[in-house]
Design a protein around this ligand. Structure first.
Ligand code: ADP
Length: 503
């Protein structure tokens, strides 16, 4: 029986809006209705701060839709609108407050969780740390099937072998495979009605999207749903119940699209590992992965080449099925560390299928050694990255918008005039796409900063009162500008003079 979407909407019209006025459909709060077989999915947009209070609204919406003929299960989620003026990508705006449903297949992940409102006009805040976790590493790949999940779990076990307390979060929405790779069945327990206790396997704490999102949920729906569920799964989990984790490894969804970028922006990542096969095509994808992490100011700890060489289990002969060394050469060219090459090996695959990861179950094997070496290198790179990463500074707008004071964690503080920031805006509008296109901006002596809009944990967008708001001021740019302030200002004044312009 085909489910009628108009009928679903008619039923939803019976649900009043958040302020008990109008109905949620005509108020424009209901998303597109997705129907898959006999299941119905939709979201309702509510103000972030009222998510918890509006839980009855979500339940009521599910209840009425369940009455539509042919409907076997309904999943309604509350999505929160970001406060106006925050510069977040579209996917981040769709922050899911609660994933649940009335179908038997859907699981209650815990309580509602409103995202922290972004700061306006004050200064961007660094992403809050994840409770119970000291450092987080993302494992990513440009495309699926390159062995990202296999590398994630064995890397986690390799880190554990190096004496670290480790957890793994399976955020691969397209194919959560950690439960299978680790031989886990069942679901995580809810503690005190609000926090999830991670499951455990081979000494690792484990959480997976697979525990929360029904495998049959259509992929189109998963995007917005999981970006919210992801934050919840990350933060509402008792990772540190018996001692803080030194490291949490996140098995990211493959690819470098909006979803991945949003996820990367939502987590205080200490570093990222990119997995690639030696095939050129995968390397092009891997390069996109590097660019994505650079964009959000997350240090790339290195590239792992997987399925690099086939070693015949019978005769021990090596053959380079996909060519060998591609990733290593590429890493060198891109100036990224090369963490190691994992040969294609039947045992790796068989053990993965059995839920017995090789690093834990065959610790004396060559492969286990390779993964331990990769983990050791990744740890080294993590230490280096920690020393070099620019922590989000404190920003203070001064003189009623005429200045900005930026205090970095390392102790340096820089003060800039709004005029300087405006005329040296790193936007394409000012800088062009090549030095020849650069514009000398004059007449901004009295310009003021109107608003600071945080962007991830790596930059701030500054809106000026002359309407210019396209400059993305990364921490590194602000540092550089601060260090070279006097020299740059002199150059600017000379340029103005040379072009017959004035301030
Ligand atoms: P991804 O997470 O990138 O989609 P998976 O980790 O699920 O990839 O791996 C895809 C398939 O390749 C799985 O069947 C896995 O067992 C197998 N595989 C991964 N790495 C290796 C390897 N080094 N040797 C043999 N099989 C591998």
């Amino acid at each position: 029986m085909t489910i009628s979407k108009p009928l679903v909407l008619d039923e939803l019209r019976r649900i009043k809006g958040p302020d008990l006025q109008g109905n949620i459909v005509d108020l424009g709060l209901v998303s597109e209705i997705l129907v898959k077989d006999d299941k119905v999915y939709f979201s309702i947009t509510v103000p972030a701060a009222r998510a918890e209070e509006l839980e009855p609204l979500r339940k009521a919406a599910e209840t009425v839709v369940a009455k539509v003929p042919g409907v076997a299960s309904v999943t309604a989620v509350l999505t929160a609108e970001a406060p106006p003026g925050t510069a977040q990508p579209a996917a981040a705006r769709a922050s899911v407050q609660k994933v649940s449903g009335n179908g038997a297949h859907t699981h209650e992940p815990g309580h509602t969780h409103a995202p922290a409102p972004a700061i306006q006009g004050g200064g961007p805040r660094p992403l809050p740390p994840v409770p119970g976790v000291k450092s987080i590493i993302a494992v990513s790949s440009g495309k699926g099937g390159v062995g990202k999940s296999t590398v994630s779990v064995n890397l986690a076990l390799g880190l554990q072998a190096a004496g670290k307390k480790v957890g793994i979060l399976d955020a691969d929405i397209y194919g959560p495979s950690q439960p299978r790779l680790l031989g886990l069945k069942g679901q995580p327990q809810v503690i005190e009605g609000k926090t999830l206790r991670p499951m455990e396997a081979y000494g690792l704490k484990v959480m997976s999207m697979g525990f929360l999102v029904d495998e049959e949920t259509p992929v189109v729906w998963r995007g917005p749903m999981v970006t919210g569920a992801f934050t919840q799964m990350l933060r509402d989990v008792a990772w540190g119940e018996d001692g803080d984790l030194d490291l949490l490894v996140i098995d990211m969804p493959p690819g470098t699209g909006d979803i991945q970028l949003t996820m990367a922006q939502q987590v205080p990542l200490s570093g990222a590992v990119v997995v690639s096969t030696p095939q050129d095509i995968a390397l092009i994808d891997a390069r996109k992965g590097l660019a994505m992490f650079r964009k959000v100011n997350v240090p790339v700890l290195g590239i792992v080449e997987n399925m690099s060489t086939f070693i015949c289990p019978k005769c021990g002969e090596r053959s380079d099925i996909f060519g060998h060394g591609g990733a290593e050469n590429e890493a060198q060219r891109l100036g990224v560390p090369f963490l190691g090459a994992v040969p294609l090996d039947l045992d790796v695959r068989l053990r993965s299928d059995l839920g017995q990861p090789i690093t834990a179950t065959l610790p004396d094997s060559k492969h286990a050694q390779i993964f331990r070496d990769i983990a050791a290198r990744a740890l080294d790179e993590l230490e280096t990255a920690k020393r070099n990463t620019v922590q989000p500074p404190e920003l203070e707008v001064t003189d009623g918008g005429a200045g900005l004071k930026v205090s970095f964690a390392c102790g340096s503080t820089y003060e800039y005039t709004a005029e300087m920031l405006r005329v040296m805006s790193p936007s394409a509008e000012v800088q062009g796409h090549s030095p020849e296109q650069r514009v000398t901006v004059g007449g901004k002596r009295n310009v003021k900063i109107q608003e600071l809009r945080p962007v991830g944990n790596y930059a701030v967008r500054i809106a000026f009162n002359d309407g210019h708001d396209t400059g993305l001021y990364t921490w590194t740019y602000l540092q550089q500008l601060g260090r070279e302030k006097d020299k740059r200002w002199e150059e600017y004044l000379e340029e103005l003079k040379a072009k017959g312009l004035s301030r």
